[in-house]
Write a protein that binds this ligand. Structure first.
Ligand SMILES: [Zn+2]
Ligand SMILES: [Zn+2]
Length: 269
């Protein structure tokens, strides 16, 4: 299912695969002045095909290679003769098949077909807007956010998601994520467009909340580690429960990953 939202010059399409009428995992894409930001998960290809045939899409940009964001790039190339853009570090990866996506990813989003993309530069222009491309690794190494200085819009991909994360993916780099949050905060965005949440009110304050939360969490993990606690004991002491996510993702999303991520790079910093 796909729902459309209009935020003046920006349209948001919130989408999810449904199982017995219930959404499995919401994600989304934006359309701003002919620029499509991400292309949705591969298992919604039929809906996305119908949708883009009704929209005046002239360009597409990838916030990162995850299949819920890049799953219909090949379709865009075929239907609309568009080569989506991606951060240079993501181009080769997007051109390859994702060989072993975990079961939860195949259920929620489907397997991403390989797609040709062209490398993004530092700027991206539409007829009416000029976007600054900001490399924001952490959630994924090829992650980018788009900043439009006149409007102070920030299209944040998966950099924001929530002010307080309850779990981390096994492949996320929490220090890079914090640096990326600092980088976008320095731009002083006013309006935040999150790929999974839509427009977020008081975007800069929410991004700051997320950064503060991660700084506090890292401090707590280091403190407990310094007292000789095991990784498992530290993870149990962190706020909230990750049990359902851990079970659903086979451990790919967990609080334990926070502990590993914060302690992993201690010696390197
Ligand atoms: Zn992602
Ligand atoms: Zn995502």
């Amino acid at each position: 299912m796909i729902f459309g939202f209009d935020y003046d010059d920006v349209r948001y399409f919130r989408m999810a695969r449904t199982v017995f009428g219930r959404a499995t995992y919401w994600t989304g894409m934006y359309l701003v002045d002919g620029l499509l930001v991400d292309s949705g998960p591969p298992n919604l290809a039929r809906d996305v095909r119908r949708l883009v045939s009704e929209l005046a899409v002239r360009q597409c940009v990838t916030t990162h290679h995850h299949e819920d964001h890049s799953g219909n790039h090949g379709l865009l190339a075929g239907e609309l003769r568009i080569t989506p853009l991606a951060h240079p570090s993501g181009v080769a990866r997007l051109a390859r098949e994702d060989t072993h996506p975990q079961l939860y990813r195949r259920i929620a989003w489907g397997a991403r077909p390989p797609a040709a993309t062209a490398p993004l530069g530092e700027r991206l222009e539409t007829t009416r807007f000029r976007f600054q491309v900001v490399h924001t690794p952490g959630h994924a190494t090829d992650h980018v956010a788009l900043f439009e200085p006149e409007r102070a819009w920030l299209f944040s991909g998966d950099l924001y998601l929530a002010p307080k994360l309850r779990y981390l993916r096994a492949d996320e780099d929490v220090y890079a994520m914090m640096d990326s949050l600092r980088r976008v905060l320095a731009l002083e965005p006013r309006v935040l467009f999150c790929q999974h949440r839509g427009r977020v009110e008081q975007g800069a304050a929410r991004l700051r909340d997320k950064l503060d939360f991660l700084v506090d969490l890292g401090g707590r993990i280091h403190e407990l580690h310094g007292r000789g606690w095991s990784d498992a004991a530290i993870a149990r002491a962190l706020p909230g429960s990750d049990l359902l996510w851990r079970l659903w993702t086979g451990g790919d999303f967990s609080k334990r990953n926070f502990v590993r991520a914060f302690l992993r790079t201690t010696s390197a910093r």
